[in-house]
Design a protein around this ligand. Structure first.
Ligand code: FEO
Length: 165
């Protein structure tokens, strides 16, 4: 069993995670347009990971006999900043998601839903990594600016990431 309040909050979070996948795909296409295929590949792997995050909430809801209610996924931005600045959108988005996860944790705690708290422990740790990895890349791109050689080196490195890290 799951409370109506937690059920609604989980349905919202499934939507947030699926939007995250959409945002990462939009960013991936943006970097591919600059022929930065490695960064594009990294972002596509991240999009897959976001779908896995949505599925963790989805599967939890089913296991707890809740009702999954899928909502419309909003459109990600179509006008994106230049290559050395656009990655910051990923970091800012991860900070926003961390805030959402923290709010879910507060709700789980207030409602004494210990199973939900347990699920959220995984997400709390994951958000530390998500913020750290997106901030690192955003800062490197910022430092690199228009230095083509350094940019291609970073691109090659990020292209080594496999899907669903
Ligand atoms: Fe699912 Fe990147 O947070």
């Amino acid at each position: 069993m799951i409370s109506k309040k937690i059920q609604d909050a989980i349905n919202d979070q499934i939507n947030e995670e699926l939007y995250s996948a959409y945002l990462y795909l939009a960013l991936a296409a943006h970097y591919h347009a600059f022929n930065l295929k490695g960064i594009g590949t990294w972002l596509e792997a991240q999009a897959k990971e976001e779908i896995e995050h949505a599925m963790k909430f989805y599967n939890f809801m089913i296991a707890r006999a809740g009702t999954v209610s899928l909502k419309t996924i909003k459109q990600p931005p179509t006008q994106l900043p230049p290559a050395n600045k656009a990655f910051r959108l990923a970091y800012e988005h991860e900070q926003y998601i961390t805030e959402k996860i923290n709010q879910l944790y507060e709700l789980a705690h207030a409602q004494k839903d210990y199973a939900f708290e347990e699920l959220l422990h995984w997400f709390i740790k994951e958000q530390v990594e998500e913020e750290a990895s997106t901030l690192e890349i955003a800062e490197r791109l910022d430092q690199i600016g228009n230095q083509t050689h350094a940019l291609y080196m970073l691109d090659a490195k990020l292209g080594k990431r496999n899907g669903g890290q």
